[in-house]
Each structure stands twice: as C-alpha cells, then as structure tokens.
Design a protein around this ligand. Sequence first.
Ligand code: ADP
Ligand code: MG
Length: 242
Amino acid sequence: MSSNQKIYEGKAKILYTTDDPEILLTYFKDDATAFNAQKKGTITGKGKINCTISSYIFKLLEAQSIPTHFIDCPASDKMRVQRVTILPIEVIVRNIAAGSLCRQTGLTEGTILKFPLVEYCYKNDSLQDPLLTRDRLLLLELATPEQLEQIRTFAVKINDILINFFNQCQITLVDFKIEFGLDKHKNLILADEISPDSCRLWDQSQTDPNQRVMDKDRFRRDLGNVETAYQQVLERILAHKG
Ligand code: ADP
Ligand code: MG
C-alpha cells in the first residue's frame, strides 16, 4: 500500500485508495459530530473502538449471509473495504422510540414499537438528511424498486441478528443507521460502519434514562463519560462468546 491517496474525508472517517482499485482503506477518526455537524468534538480512542466494533459486527453478519464491504483490519483504527458506489440513503431501523421519531411523531422515548420500523433518509448534508417517502426515494431514483425491496429485506435481517447479538451482551438495540452500496456487478453490499456512532444502545443493567445510554447520545446530550461508554460496548462485545 505505497500509494494511499486521500479520496474523501467525512465527519468520522477518511477514505484512501490502495494499490488495488477495488479496495479502499478507511481510517476511523476520533472526531465526533452531531446535529448535522453543528456540534463538534473529540472522543478519545473512538476511532479504534468503532473500527474494532464494526469489524466484529461485519464478520458476524457475513457469517449469516449478509454481504458486507469488510475485508480486514491492518491496524486497530484502519479497515480495508471493498469499494462500492454508496446509495445516498440512510437506512434506519428502530425497535424502540427515540430521537427524531419522538420529535416527529410525539411518541414517548422508550416506547417499544409493535414492529421494527424501517425508515429512509436522503443522505444529503446540505438538505440535512430529510426523511424520505418511498415515492420520493423512487422519484429521485436513489434506488430501484428491486433494490429497495432488497434493502428492506437485508435491514430486517440485520436487525434480527443484531438484536439477538446485543442482547447476549446485555445491551438493548434501540435503533441503528446503515448504508448500502453497489459493487461493479451492481450487487447490493452493506458498507460504512456499525458502531456506537450509528446505533442507539442501552445498558440493560441500568434503568435511569441517562445512565443506560452507551452510544453517541452521550455526546449529543452532554451526558459525560462518552469514552467509557464506548469502551464498555467494545469490552462486552469482545467478551461475548456466542
Ligand atoms: P460522512 O460525513 O459523509 O458520513 P464518514 O466520515 O462516515 O462520512 O466517512 C465515510 C464515507 O465513506 C461515507 O460518506 C460513506 O458513505 C462512504 N463509504 C463507506 N463505505 C464505503 C465503501 N465501501 N466504498 C465507498 N465509500 C464508502
Ligand atoms: Mg458517516
């Protein structure tokens, strides 16, 4: 990997080319942002923690027939991934009401949803990632109807796998955001990351609504102990023996 060129720097990660045009190197930063980057900060050690957690989860999902972009981790904060064309859709799956769902519907935080709610937002920072309807998504040609169907099927399956996995870590999976891309054969592949930056995770041993938070809401809501919470998630995952 002599010729790593930076091709994109996002809010949490930097993408580099490698000698293989089909492979990218992702560097996970300690930078944290919230509210469409209006709030900025640093979470010490986050890059390594999120890269390690994401890698673990991608391997877990691969083992259950979900295609992911994960290849390997040459360092604890670096992941080699298969290059894909990202669909500009943030796919959100919710099991318990929190965040924007509560703000937009009036549901009380913590309400257990009757079924997993799959939602789509337009991944577009200048428009502030608005919620999409199915027809808007198709109108904008962000995905074909067939791709959308497959995205939904994958999202529900990923949710089932992750609910079960986090439960074994005494963590409740409240909701999460995932991104998909297309490889050169137009196959749909799970990309980006799955980490405490992109999931809401509640500690099952805590009932206090602030104490239980183990994810980026600690940063968003200035709850303190952000690093400790992320580290706890990692430790429970690594202690998990299936
Ligand atoms: P952003 O601020 O846009 O969310 P991030 O800091 O999360 O950016 O950096 C990762 C960027 O790389 C994201 O825009 C994501 O969509 C993109 N990405 C993730 N996985 C891949 C991949 N396998 N191939 C190409 N792009 C990817
Ligand atoms: Mg991102």
